[in-house]
Design a binder for this molecule. Structure first.
Ligand code: NCD
Ligand code: ZN
Length: 336
């Protein structure tokens, strides 16, 4: 059995910088036509010069793969219309992090007050720049995403023309909120389709499955699977592949992030096939995103086949999901 995907897209990806960038970027570039690149470097990507330079560094390590890095800026409430007008030709979205909520988000927004942020948000709306949000409060870890929903509701009502993307949703509540407002969309990761909190902490603690937002309950996983497997037009694939060195994961004070880039497409094919929904994978990994972002991807065809593949133990210093385990599908060929 095999499937050919046209221009698979990863709409939420962490590539880091330096040596780590060199290790991980080619793995995504091999199988994806393009990806939305997260700006949470140290310091965060927040000027046009930084966007342009980071894109250049990514292209330098992914040349010949036919991969387009879709750049983002780290949200600042100082961005005004004039700045964003200039930035627009270099970026595809702006990512808003509540301050301190996840890896390298210390420079994020401390209070998400739609009036205080109105100048920037209105300019983004007028310029058709999507707003991507890491939607978590700083409450109890299992309730953070639910507690954030009123913020999404307020923003989507106040800025009805702004495309707002709830990044890496993990709960049934978020799926329900998505249906209530026409300008709300969501990315869904692979790992949140596969695991619940039980897989992370129900037995021996699994640091490589620890991420933000933390995996939730079985009913949440079920709600995510329902919209992803049916390729609901408001959801799209965003891996949130977030590499950290093995030493930072297998340590006291484990860094948050699951590294799925090298296995994302084959395991998606495996999941969609097992659930009898393989025909919906194209929409989930590409078509929906192209519509939501009004983006047309360059041509790239990735053929996956149902043949066992042994996932490497490590890529450089990073341990991928399913390390040293066999998965049922693999990449057969890529053509540009
Ligand atoms: C991400 C990272 O490491 O940059 N970590 C994670 O657990 N997902 C940041 C993020 O997307 O929250
Ligand atoms: Zn992320």
């Amino acid at each position: 059995m095999q499937i050919t995907l046209h221009a698979p897209l990863d709409m939420h990806l962490h590539l880091r910088d330096g040596k780590m960038l060199k290790t991980v970027a080619p793995l995504s570039a091999k199988s994806f036509a393009a990806a939305i690149i997260m700006p949470n470097l140290v310091p965060p990507v927040s000027t046009i010069e930084e966007v342009v330079a980071y894109k250049k560094r990514i292209l330098a390590v992914t040349e010949d793969e036919g991969f387009e890095p879709l750049m983002t800026l780290f949200f600042k409430d100082t961005y005004d219309f004039a700045f964003l007008q200039k930035a627009k030709k270099h970026i595809h979205a702006i990512k808003l992090y509540p301050a301190g909520i996840t890896t390298n988000s210390e420079g994020g927004v401390s209070t998400i007050d739609s009036d205080a942020l109105a100048t920037t948000l209105q300019a983004m709306s007028d310029l058709d720049i999507p707003l991507l949000i890491h939607g978590e409060s700083n409450g109890f870890v299992m309730d953070r995403e639910k507690e954030f929903i009123p913020v999404y509701e307020e923003l989507s009502q106040k800025f009805p023309k702004l495309t707002i993307i709830m990044e890496h949703i993990t709960t049934k509540d978020s799926v329900e909120a998505l249906h209530r407002y026409p300008n709300l969309y969501a990315t869904i990761t692979l790992h949140h389709l596969l695991i619940t909190l039980d897989d992370v902490a129900g037995g021996m603690l699994q640091p490589h499955l620890f991420c933000k937002p933390i995996a939730k309950r079985p009913e949440d996983q079920k709600a995510l699977l329902e919209v992803a497997l049916n390729a609901h037009p408001k959801v799209m694939f965003g891996s949130d592949s977030a590499p950290h060195p093995q030493s930072a994961k297998e340590s006291c004070g484990c860094a948050a992030g699951v590294f799925t880039a090298p296995i994302a497409l084959p395991v998606l094919a495996q999941l969609f096939e097992e659930e009898g929904k393989l025909e919906n994978l194209q929409a989930f990994v590409s078509d929906n995103a192209q519509k939501i972002y009004a983006y047309t991807s360059p041509k790239k065809e990735v053929t996956l086949e149902k043949k066992p593949f042994l996932v490497p133990k490590t890529h450089g210093t990073v341990v991928p999901m399913y390390a040293d385990q066999e998965i049922a599908w693999r990449i057969k060929s890529v053509s540009l």
